[in-house]
Design a protein around this ligand. Structure first.
Ligand SMILES: [Zn+2]
Length: 712
């Protein structure tokens, strides 16, 4: 069986398998096939309560004589307060002296909640069965290593740390902000430059009417309940899932409330009993202007700005479909209890494109040929329901077989794959998963998520691609009274018979005087009957007898019709992309007999693109190096000059922040005007002429040339 393909929270660890949540059917099968080889426990280390529970549990297992294998990663231990640290170290001492087969650990919660209740439910048969070996298995500690490096080197910082950070917010430090900007600009390359969809910028606060029309005021809520014992607010569906109740996320409030009666509180572990489940709106509410008269909301997505501006955009694109608009900016969601670092933020950056297309033209993307033969594994909802593997196919096949609803959606699925791999996401850690029918928004015809596999969080939804049909434009068109339609001209005008009223102006004018003009206008749209016509003139109904007009039957030309366009929406979570890039870039290898930490960023996203070192800060080497850095700056390359410390240390510092190339000025430079250019990944060096350096470095950073090609 291919373990890589198991969903969510499965991990390798010394050829053992760990899982954070036992509801995965494949995993269940696996465990039942090898009961003696693997039993799996997990706990989320992000929750101190869980950790305490966890250590107590392991102690208990030990006392019962089960061969528990345990070792707790030091970085986790360091991260907790003294009380827990002492408890764990005491525990580790005890267990390591106790059993010959003690091995690891602590697992992290994945995208599904992993809590005391779910772990207990899962463990009860294990604990009772003494003959079984209990393997407690951890994931590798990439997350801790990455976040430690990210903090220390200025990528990601906790927000307002000196006052105690608030969950759901992060700061991008100097290198993180630069990396994020590069990722955003690559996104712009794909959508603005290549696709020709211009970027707009709307305020992050919008008036209530916008979100009433969009449905956010009524429906953008998570299900919440309050523990009657400890008063903690809890995500109701997470509590239920933790209590082993399937499909909790799709249950109605009343169903969920009934199901929760036997579940335990995630915070205090008391059985909840009767609790009310209610919706908690995730939008941040504010007031516009003094006096709190006007309600406003921080936008929960950037998309609404593009919908609301539709008629302006339509004029801009000269009234022709298809066209698109994009926006990159902050959005806000007041998550109930975000515990997943950069993955679930209350303030986050989105990059969204709204592509407006004629409903009958969705299978005619003008540039589809570009991706027709692009192939990738697609995990359809049918395969998910049968627990089958993803199937690799081209976009052409996917559309023809009806796997992806239309060419437009398939085109942006492929474009997303290309974009994500460009910024450094490994193809084997990227999958496209179709929404299950009950997971999809009611108006959407088809939805796909680009999911990136994280060592810590399992498969993380990073990009959502949806065919939203005409839902948004109808909603805003209806609520605002501004029709959001496009006039589509027919190839040939259609001949349509029409009955028209031709009033006798002479008589009408005399009889109705100043109202005659309004009556005349109203008659144009009126439908005549035998007894005459009733017309509404400024609220007054006036009866016009048949002798005041003539009825003419004629054939008229209809040039076209008003159509509400459909919307195809790729929506990217920039922060999650940043996290994936950080996690996947992290690596350790050996250089000069020492462990080297290296961030293997794709050159196009590396914050610092090239480092320039003088071998010594004398004999003019520093002046030459400084000159080289300045020349590179003029080409728009971020070159960092560094002359402090031994050259090996300087390389290590740059490797650690992922600088892909380094230039060293040495004594040969003075002889022949050449420098060494070093590649971060291979640590190979090549001598190049100073005059060629700007072109070479530009080509390497832009990816039009590789270092290997340079060495040959
Ligand atoms: Zn409680």
């Amino acid at each position: 069986m291919d373990f890589e393909s198991l969903s969510g929270n499965t991990y390798y660890y010394d050829n053992q398998i760990g899982i954070a949540f036992p509801s995965n059917p494949l995993m269940k099968k696996l465990i039942s096939a090898n009961p003696r080889q693997m039993e799996v426990i997990a706990a989320t280390e992000k929750n101190k309560e869980d950790l305490l529970f966890y250590s107590r549990f392991l102690e208990k297992l030990n006392l019962m004589g089960d061969p528990v294998i345990c070792s707790i990663s030091t970085s986790i231990v360091q991260g907790y307060n003294n009380k827990i640290r002492q408890r764990i170290s005491r525990f580790v001492r005890k267990t390591t002296s106790f059993s010959k087969s003690i091995f690891s650990c602590i697992n992290a919660g994945g995208s599904v909640p992993c809590n005391k209740t779910s772990i207990r439910a899962f463990l009860s048969p294990v604990v009772q069965h003494k003959e079984r070996q209990v393997f407690v298995i951890t994931m590798s500690d990439v997350f801790e290593n990455v976040m430690e490096l990210a903090k220390r080197r200025g990528f990601i910082w906790p927000t307002s740390e000196c006052y105690g950070a608030v969950a759901g917010f992060i700061d991008y430090g100097p290198l993180g902000a630069m990396m994020k900007r590069r990722i955003e600009n690559i996104w712009r390359d794909f959508y603005v430059i290549r696709e020709g969809y211009y970027e707009i910028e709307c305020p992050t606060i919008a008036q209530e009417a916008v979100f009433i029309a969009s449905g956010h005021v009524a429906g953008f809520a998570d299900k919440m309940c309050q523990c009657p014992h400890c008063k903690e607010y809890l995500r109701a569906d997470h509590v239920a899932e933790g209590g082993g109740i399937p499909n909790a996320s799709t249950m109605k409030n009343e169903e969920l409330s009934a199901a929760l009666a036997t579940c335990k509180c995630l915070a205090c572990e008391e059985v909840l009993g009767k609790v009310e489940v209610f919706g908690f709106n995730l939008m941040f509410r504010t007031s516009i202007g003094p006096g709190s008269q006007r309600v406003g909301y921080l936008r929960p997505e950037t998309a609404q700005g593009m919908f609301v501006d539709f008629t302006r955009l339509l004029r801009f694109y000269r009234d022709k479909l298809p066209f698109g608009a994009v926006q990159i900016g902050k959005s806000y969601r007041n998550e109930i209890s975000p515990r997943q670092g950069m993955i679930r933020l209350r303030e986050f950056t989105q990059a969204e494109a709204e592509i407006f297309v004629h409903p009958d033209e969705k299978n005619r993307h003008p540039r589809f040929a570009r991706y027709a033969d692009y192939s990738m594994p697609l995990l359809t909802y049918v395969q998910q329901q049968k627990c089958e593997e993803a199937v690799t196919m081209t976009m052409q096949e996917a559309v023809e077989k009806g796997v992806i609803a239309n060419q437009y959606l398939a085109y942006y699925v492929a474009l997303t794959h290309e974009m994500l791999t460009t910024i450094g996401v490994k193809p084997e850690r990227l999958r496209f998963r179709q929404h299950l029918p009950d997971e999809r928004a009611h108006y959407a015809t088809d939805c796909w998520d680009a999911e990136i596999r994280s060592d810590r969080f399992g498969w993380v939804e990073t990009v959502g691609l949806a065919d939203r049909t005409d839902y948004d434009l109808n909603a805003h068109g209806g609520a605002s009274g501004t029709p959001m339609t496009v006039f589509i001209q027919y190839a040939e005008p259609k001949k349509v018979p029409r009955r028209r009223i031709v009033p006798n102006m002479g008589v009408l004018g005399k009889q109705y005087r100043d109202k005659a003009k309004a009556i005349f206008a109203a008659l144009a749209d009126a439908i005549p009957t035998k007894d005459g016509v009733d017309v509404d003139v400024n609220g007054e109904m006036i009866h016009i007898p048949p002798d005041l007009y003539e009825v003419k039957d004629e054939i008229v030309d209809i040039r076209g019709e008003d159509v509400v366009p459909h919307v195809v929406e790729p929506s990217y979570g920039i922060d999650r992309m940043c996290y994936a890039v950080l996690e996947q870039a992290y690596d350790e290898d050996t250089a000069d007999g020492e462990t080297r930490t290296v961030m293997r960023f794709a050159p196009c996203v590396a914050p610092v693109q090239v480092a320039v070192f003088p071998l010594m800060t004398r004999d003019g080497l520093d002046t030459i190096a400084d000159g080289i850095a300045r020349t590179l700056h003029k080409r728009g390359i971020l070159a960092e000059y560094d002359d402090s410390g031994a050259i090996g240390r300087r390389y290590r510092r740059q490797d650690e922040i992922g600088t892909p190339f380094a230039v060293t000025v040495d004594y040969d430079t003075k002889e022949n005007n050449t420098v060494t250019l070093r590649d971060r990944d291979s640590m190979k060096q090549v001598r190049v002429a100073i005059k060629d350096l700007p072109d070479i470095v530009t080509a390497l950073v832009e990816g039009t040339k590789t270092f290997t090609e340079l060495v040959l």
